[in-house]
Design a binder for this molecule. Sequence first.
Ligand code: GSH
Length: 233
Amino acid sequence: MTGGGMRLVIGAKWSSTWTMRGWLACRLSGLPFEAETLFLSRPDSKARLAEVSPTGLIPVLFHDGLAITDTLAIAEYLWELAPGCDIWPAERGARAAARSSAAEMHAHFAELRAALPMNLVKRWPIRDGIPSNAKLLGRPGVEGQVARVQESWRGTRARWGAGGPFLFGARFGFADAMWAPMASRFRTYSVPLAPDAQAYADAVLGHPLVREWVEGAEAQAREIGWEACAAWP
Ligand SMILES: N[C@@H](CCC(=O)N[C@@H](CS)C(=O)NCC(=O)O)C(=O)O
């Protein structure tokens, strides 16, 4: 089976973390697909979402009469269509570890995500050497979660990452894609990271697919109004 006729509904590129991951999964599959944008802040967004997605959430992937919701389900569906693609590592143990890593990002870090919303076109200011992000980082639970993210990256890379800058070495996969919005949050809010975690975050943000999405976000922000986008939320 091929991916012919696949359609992925995505949100605003500068702010939509889950649809960024869904789009990266589609690109990692190597299968052809079309992306359709549904901005979530328009007056008719809720109604359109309800029409489009059974869960009222995006991304949703349409293919072969199916509406597949949730990024993990989308990644697994694409893997079944294109087994051996870049979504998961080739080796069973590494694949299990990649699924664990992706699932950890999927299920955790609620406080960190709420305190530091993704905004790919925003840079939180540092003035006179004093980071004004201290209040955000001081919210309950955030510091521990920033530490856990780095620990998770470190643990996975120590076991599987030899031979390249990503979690599983030289190949950027879906586990890395899941963490890309987190790496972008750390950049946006100038979150201080350990050198190894910073190197990993830089590698993820420097990957051509991530850059392509970010360039799309910048193009959208220029079209809609950079200041308005950078001011969100
Ligand atoms: N667990 C879902 C989360 C999806 C999600 O929360 N998507 C957001 C956009 S990034 C959404 O659709 N929000 C609806 C809204 O804001 O009304 C997944 O992995 O895909």
